[in-house]
Design a protein around this ligand. Structure first.
Ligand code: 13P
Length: 256
């Protein structure tokens, strides 16, 4: 059984004060929703304040990245123990924006992932092709490369507990959502890969989110697909009304 998981990736948005206001509204709007896992991923600077507001909330806290060393001379980085200490439970790893703008590779994604798992953070591992790759019919090759490279050396037990987010780069922030059929096709492919790499049991346990222009209007259709277990939401997670509507529209889907 896979519980639906909706996460908001706030990216480079929200000061601490703005973050507190947003999370206060979400707490009010979503207080009754228990059938769906709800996560917000503010920037590092707002984690502590948001964590305080989320005490006793059904909304969980996630971070947008982490470094793989626990401490040391790594100026500007933040480690898993630091995230744990402020109440973070989930962490996004390998987002396409990190791959595109900050030199992230499968090798560095893998290191971050291992550090997150070592410290009992739940990773949300992002994979996805860009437009050029899709148009060149390389989608499945890219996804295979991202999944195999990111998860290299992990045990079946470790993989079982993580979340994968399929985010086609061409659908991120463009308003251009993958059709539910396009998304389902890739989600099914990822689940098949997991079955081959680990076991059918692992493949059935891993939750695979879709990300890329998710909005209240397309949530139910996307989540209605057999292998789509949730959403990683960017732009629409920055406003309480749209993020709440996405969560509420996912409630009818229940578990898979
Ligand atoms: P948008 O929902 O703004 O397209 O962003 C998706 C995303 O990148 C979430 O991580």
């Amino acid at each position: 059984m896979r519980k639906i998981i909706i996460a908001g990736n706030w990216k480079l948005n929200k000061t601490s004060q703005e973050a507190i206001e947003l999370v206060n509204s979400l707490n009010r709007e979503l207080v009754d929703v228990t059938s769906v896992d709800i996560i917000v991923c503010p920037p590092f600077t707002a984690l502590t304040e948001v964590s305080d507001v989320l005490t006793d909330s059904n909304i969980d806290l996630g971070a947008q990245n982490l470094y793989w060393e626990d401490s040391g001379a790594f100026t500007g980085e933040v480690s898993a123990p630091m995230l744990k200490a402020v109440g973070v439970r989930y962490v996004i790893v390998g987002h396409s924006e990190r791959r595109q703008f900050f030199g992230e590779t499968n090798v560095t994604v893998n290191k971050r992932l291992k550090s997150a798992l070592r410290h009992k953070l739940i990773p949300i591992v992002c994979v996805g092709e860009n437009l050029q790759e899709r148009e060149a019919n390389k989608t499945f090759d890219v996804i295979r490369d991202h999944v195999e490279g990111s998860l290299a050396g992990l045990s079946a037990e470790e993989v079982k507990g993580l979340v994968i987010a399929y985010e086609p780069v061409w659908a991120i922030g463009t308003g251009k959502t993958a059709t539910s059929a396009q998304a389902q096709e890739v989600h099914k492919f990822i689940r098949g890969l997991l079955a081959r790499m680990f076991s059918e049991d692992v493949a059935q346990a891993v939750r695979i989110q879709y990300g890329g222009s998710v909005k209240p209007e397309n949530t139910a259709e996307l989540l209605g697909q057999e292998d789509i277990d949730g959403a990683l939401v960017g732009g629409a997670s920055l406003k309480a009304d749209s993020f709440s509507a996405i969560v509420k529209n996912s409630v009818s889907v229940t578990t898979k």
